[in-house]
Design a protein around this ligand. Sequence first.
Ligand code: FAD
Length: 549
Amino acid sequence: ARPPNSTYISSSIAPAFHASGRRCLATQVKKPPAAQEHENKKERVVILGSGWGGYTLSRRLSPKTYAPLIISPRSYFVFTPLLTNTASGSLDFSNIVEPVRDPRAKVDFIQAAARAIDLKKKTVICEATVVKSGVTESPRTTEERRGTEEGPEATNKEPMQALLQWEQGEIFEVPYDKLVIAVGAVSRTFGTPGVRENAMFFKDIGDAKRVKRRVRECFELAVLPFTTPEMRKWLLNFAIVGAGPTGIELAASLRDFIYSDMMALYPSLDEIPKITLYDVAPKVLSMFDESLSRYAMETMEREGIDIKTSHHVKSLRWGPPGAPPPYNMDPKRCLTLTTEEDGELGVGMCVWVTGNAMPKFITESLDSIDAFPTDSVHSMEASPEAPENPENASWKFKKAPKKGPLVVDGHLRVQLQNETGQTAVLRDVFALGDNAMPETGAPPATAQATNQESKWLADRLNKGDLDRTPPFSFRDLGTMAYIGDERALMQIPHSGDRGSKSFLPEGIKGRTASIIWKMAYISMSISWRNKLRVAFRWTLNKFFDWVTT
Ligand code: FAD
């Protein structure tokens, strides 16, 4: 049973939080107003994260039964499929965000980051997240860098993020009846030297703003009268590492932005700008059929994007190729990207989009937990050699190998594992989205899958039939990618629900696919306000070139 809301004592802060080295004084432990307002009759569903998982779930839960509370460092939801369009200026940043606080939605919000979970007390230990400058920009990039597999805190070493350092916020606990973990993923850097410090990542609005700003900055630097022709070439060489859907769409959008809009403003730089896409794999967009992936490569190369598949990036540092150390960051200069195949190359910007890693909250904070009460367990695997009593065993959250996502059962319930490998499924703690991996039939880490999971879980909780219903199963509705110059790809799922071959073609490509791509994202945008804004803005772009810059 959950202790009364009034129990807030620092001594019971979860052990993982103590292990992090942060001191948690009794005076720091506060009860936030949103938690005080908890209506006793309704179950408090605490949702960690305001992305595809958290935001969608909070909006679908029945306000008659549940009192949802989102805890997230960012106070808005981002429609990520259109993020690349904002970096290239074809959409405004406000066109793709939805505020979490909305008077029409009966959802509470606390701007904070979850730092640990106390299963015994059924509370989440949070840290209020406030940016020093007072800007409520997401700390995602900083978090991301801290959360990469290299591990160490990196705040002061991040030149590009200098203005984005978080204060150490106040620590407080928030009680829950049900908890949903949807904190998403961070960028994977594979420990490549210099990437964490010098590359740009691409997960959030702040990242898109930085990319757009840097492109413009590189053009202005390139036209300065004293910039040498060689430096000009390097500054206008834009590298994107990772040729998955995000890398491809970013390269395509930047291509539109640079070749159509920027070149009109900087005619003297004609033929100098270059976009290069790197990937270790021999082909791009591996999730698409061979013919679509080949079409994407051919089209993008024709559009002027240099695609370097089977290329291994070794390091990234500030300063031009051949420059001696020290490599101090100087935004007026270029960076040097070194690949195994081509050696050193000067670039004005490098955006790193090579896939997902788990944030520190998942990899470290959930590693050691207090004993937890037996009644919080939904089911426990019988094991002759393992202790059955959760009070006596040392348990951890079960994760996929190599610091992977949380393993959940078919009903998205989080699992624990003890030293002997015995598993226990928690009754009231769920995980979904990029930070979760269902034991059976893991869906891809996409907005489409996360959206389906959150709708499914909300419906089950609303109907109260979670235990009686079949496990969640992902339904592939197809995949789309924009490849530039008003062309796109659309992969149609190969077979229908009944396993029969679909009557539809396997894929659509070119301008038709681009029209479908646009219509699909207008209709999927969350609010009517943003559906109309996106449609209006794209129409406006057709008539006025200047709106995109
Ligand atoms: P997110 O949406 O990333 O949300 C995570 C949330 O958790 C954020 O609000 C974050 O601030 C918060 N958070 C982080 N740490 C904490 C903490 N400690 N405590 C509390 N909250 C925390 N998928 C598609 O299907 N189609 C696409 O076209 C597509 N395009 C994409 C384009 C880009 C540029 C990107 C980055 C992703 C794209 N995806 C796409 C993938 C899709 O966005 C993700 O799969 C989806 O966002 C996962 O949802 P999520 O809720 O798990 O995580």
